[in-house]
Each structure stands twice: as C-alpha cells, then as structure tokens.
Design a protein. Sequence first.
Length: 716
Amino acid sequence: MEQDTDLTVDDLRELVATFRDIARRETGKELPDDPREQLRRSVNAVFASWNNPRAGVYRKLNNISDDLGTAVNIQQMVFGNRGETSATGVAFTRNPSTGVKELYGEFLVNAQGEDVVAGIRTPRPLAELESVLPAAYAEFIATMKKLEDHYGDMQDIEFTIEEGKLYLLQTRNGKRTAAAALKVARDLVEEGVISKDEALQRIEPDQLDQLLHPALDPAHGATALTRGLNASPGAAVGRVVFDADTAAACGEAGEAVVLVRWETTPDDIHGVIAAQGVLTSHGGMTSHAAVVARGMGKPCVAGAGELRIDTDAKTATIGDVTLTDQDIITLDGSTGLVFPGALKLQPPQITDDFREVLGWADDVRRLGVRANADTGPDAEKARELGAEGIGLCRTEHMFMAADRLPVVQQMILADNVDERAAALEKLLPMQQSDFEELFTAMTGLPVTIRLIDPPLHEFLPDLVEQSLKVQRLEDAGAGHETELAEARELLGHVKRLSEMNPMLGTRGVRLLMLFPEIAVMQTRAIARAAAAVAAQGLDPHVEIMIPLVAYSEELKRMRAVVADTLAEEATGIDATIGTMIELPRAALTADQIAEHADFYSFGTNDLTQTGVGISRDDAEGSFLNAYIDMGIVPANPFASIDPDGVAELVRIGVSKGRSVKPNLKTGVCGEHGGDPASITIFESIGLNYVSCSPYRVPIARLAAAQAVLGARQKDA
C-alpha cells in the first residue's frame, strides 16, 4: 500500500481507534464526542498557539508585537476527499520566486488540504487540473484574477473542490522573494492595478539585501554547525583562518578565506578586507566586525557563542566538531548560520525592476541618502547604488594598512613636536591620495571627512600581548638585550596611552586639542586632494567634520585650526566645517555649538552608548537579548534607534541648532541611517539626510520614500 487513498474503511476505523488511544494516553482524557466541546477546544487551541515557542520565533523574525494577539475564524467544513470529482490545492496568482505572471500551484485529487503540504502524496501541477476537473479549473482561474484585482497584490490561495464545486478556504498576500517583490510591484503598476505609491509601500526595504549580496542556494539542504547574529548580509565560502595577517596573505594569493576571530579590532582591517567573510564568537550587530563588514558588503556572523577559538593551535571548536585552518566553511550572514564545507552561492541580482522601483522611491523621498565610505572603491559602489554623497569618511581606517601603521606608530611614539611632525609629513601624501580617490568617485557630490577619532593606543600592540612579549624575552635570558629594551620601551608607551574607558577618553576633538598638528596634517591633505581633483576638471565638495564635541569652546578652537590651515593652503577650495553630535551634552547645548558649525551629523552609535549608558559590544553579548525577550526594550537600540530617548536627543539637537541657524544642515551617520524604522523617525524630525553603509543605500532610499508616504496617510 503506497497511497493513503488505498486505505479501506476497516483500515480507517483502525486508524481512528489508534489516534483515540494516543490522545487518551497523552492527555488522560477521552476525545469529546460533543460538537460544541470539540469546537470550544479547537478555539482554545488556536488561542494557546500564540504562546508556543515556534510562534514566538516567527514573531521575532517578522517584528510582530507579542501584544498584538490572534483571532479564530470558524468555517463550515468542505471535503476534497470525496472521490475522483473532489480535490484540494494551493496556488499563487504569480510565481513567488520570480514574480512572473504565470500559473503557479499544486493540487491533489481525492485529498484534504493537509495532504498537499504533508508530503503524503506528490502533488500535481495546477495546470493538470484543467484536464481532470475542467469546469472547476476555469472557475478557479477566473477567481484568481478577481482576487488579485480586488486586493491589488499577488495572492496565496487555498482551495477545495467538493464533488465538482469550488470552495475557497482562504486568500492572503503571498510571501515572495525580493526579486519577485520588485517585479510584482512594477508589473501591477504597469497593469494599472495599483499606483506607484502603493507599489512602494508593498516592498519590505530589508528584503533588498537579498539582491545586493551573494546568497546561499535555498535548496542546499545542509545542517548548520552553529548560529550567531546575522550581522552583515550575504553568503561567503572560504578556508578558515585565525589571524588578519594570514587572511591578507591568502587574499593576495587569490585564495578565498573566512576570518575567524574572538572579535575583530582596527588592527584586523587588512584581514577583513582580504577575507570573503568574518565569523566572531563575541560582539554584536554593531560590533567592529559587523560595522566594518557591512561597510564593505561582506557577510558577517557575529557573537557565535558556541565557538571556542584557540588561536595558537589554530582551531575552532563547536561542540564535538573541531575546525582547523585546513577546513572550509560557508557563512550565511543573512541568517547567522555557519555550515561545514562549501555550499553553492547565487550571485547578486541587480535587475531592471530594482532600478525602476528605486527610481520611483527617489521621486517621492525628501531625505537625502549618503554613504559611509572610506575608500575609493567603496565610494564608487555607493554611487552605483544611488548614494548622493559621503556622509562619513572615517579617516582612522586609512591608517591601518601595513605600509602606514609603522608611520602612525612613529607619530604616536614621538618624544617631541619635531619628531611627530616628521612622521606626519610622511602620512600627508598617503592621506592626500586617499582623499583624491573619494573626491574623484563623488565628483559633484558632498564628501564629509571626519578627522581622526579613536584613541591612539588602538594603533599600538595590545597591552596584554606586549606584556607577555616582554616576559618571554626576560625568560629567554642573555642574547636578547636589544630586543628586550625595545619591547620594554614600547610597553611603556602602551601603558601610558592605555585608558580604563578609552571610548570616553582621549579621542576625537580631545585628541586633536592635545595634538593639533594631526588636524593640521589631515586638513592639508584634504585641501591638496581637492585642489588636485579640481585641476582635473572634477568638482569636489568638501565637508570637514570634527568628532566627539561636548563643549562649544572645543569646536570654536578646533574650527580655527582647520580654517587657518585651509587659508594657509590657499587652494581656493571652499570647505564647510561641522561637527559630529554623539554626546548627550552636545545635543542639549546644540544651540551653543551651532554658532561655530556649518552642519551637524549625529553619530547615533555613540549617542546610543552615551545616552542609554550601555556598551554596545558588551550589551549585545550579555543582557540585551534577554531584555528584548522580556519586553523591557522593543528592539536592539543599536540596530533601531531608541524612539523615546536617543531619538529625542536628536530631535532636541536639531531644534536647538536651527533656533540659531534656521537652515542648519543636519544628518545622521550612525548605523541607524540604514534602518527603515529609524529612517521614519528621522523623516519626522526633519533631518536633511541619512548616511549608511554602501550596500544599505537602496534600503534607505526605499525606506525614506515609505516614511513620506506613511506621513501623508497619517495627515489624510
């Protein structure tokens, strides 16, 4: 017996008796025979299902509130298992994978709906229903069109045919891939079913990530080794490596590798650049690895807590599985899953539908969309994806290259101004070259360059590692005196520059106030780069941003340093000078700071840390997920801006700044600049632009349009 339809009446009686025995054994009660009691239990079961673990996971995945609740529909039963003139099936009005307007669905003759999805029998293509039950088929095809026209969207329909009569069980807007969502939206507009505005509101902005990065083939069927946070979308395949130098060397040799670290640091940037993707056992959605990977369009799985890394042995252990530097793994940064071996990848899908629909969004949105970019290639990619300039260039990222780090360290370790000036003189042409790339890629568009921001000790060896190196040399004894003396001297410098809380220590404008010659060097490089690009007939638009300002006097003095340097260069290049608002005090005194600023850009990553009082790297790896699960916070505040706290600081900062300068240009350059929910808030505040990672630019463009359309609906 191969089919359920082969069961006899006696077989079915025996099966019913078996099911009743199982229910009695599991519940301790008989199944009720009273129809009202059966109905009451069925209704209660649906309501109870709202709180089962699977439902909780689904809601979290789709950002559905736990407080929303569910409902029960009670329908008369119809039967698709009453012989060869009965059937059941599922159909979509368009192909949910491609969006093509074609017949898409399956059915079974003499079956109930569960049989189609349970795999008891292999369903038949919907097109074959025409030859089996032609009248019901014709009626169903006509009904599919009516439903799609009525709802103005692709429908997912469940149906039953009982002895030749067609019944619809349910219809709903069909789930679809990103490529299908764009095609369906565009086609429905061209068919006159919906307007462009309606089409824009049908697309989930975050879905566009599927189109911008390589993705796993959905049919891979592999079992994951572990799961972390889906910190940067896309998929990558490569050999496991455990340090940035190896990753860089392998990348230069053309080998695909995945960098596996406890967490990355700025020192690892060359390895991240060379790797296909990054896997960390620590950190969160806005950790260093996540932010840098997103900016480069590389997949990253962060905070995979099961991962135990031994960098000396070059192994990573997950349960009873041990990976070595000879093993290949596959990362899925869109889901946070890590797989053994090399799985098949699908290439990015930038289609005509993508370009057309995003063009509609550009016609609607008010907010400008810029990119966070530190290199020429990143800037070119951002412009290709629709960026209207660079909202944040983090110059400290430019110092980590292997040929520059020794010069930076020479600058840091200088004993006097002259020695520091000599090192800065070496860095100046390097910086100028960097800025020329950016101005060239973004000709005619604004480029906001932030002066160096992180603590200087980040450019030096780790304190613990350097201490261990000194200890090893001391233990080695005679013959290592010179090396030991150098190691001790470097350790002294590292100790001198180390701080208990470096993120709130000597960084940003504080560092520049102590060493203004750094700001002078960077300003000279910017001015000379702009002049060189202009001499080629291009059009550089220069904006210089001073970071971590808390007091108006800081900005006043540092603005003077920058302005004087620009005047000394006498290049004829106009540059605006502004600041990054990333401290609560700066937001609350924005009217004072505005007197010395041509523009503001809110650094919402640090504004969240300082405003809420939590460290993003520590919080995401410890209590924050528990807070989300317990409903204390609605979402990760580093992924989607805290609407009542941090967003209010932005609102206050904009209001106070514009009370002094009504036309003050304001933007956001934190990771929130690419988050749709945050963009809706920024639209309501009245910012001029948002800036985000290059690969999130299309998402921001669509979200900015949806924010305008949403506001119109509220006002209507």
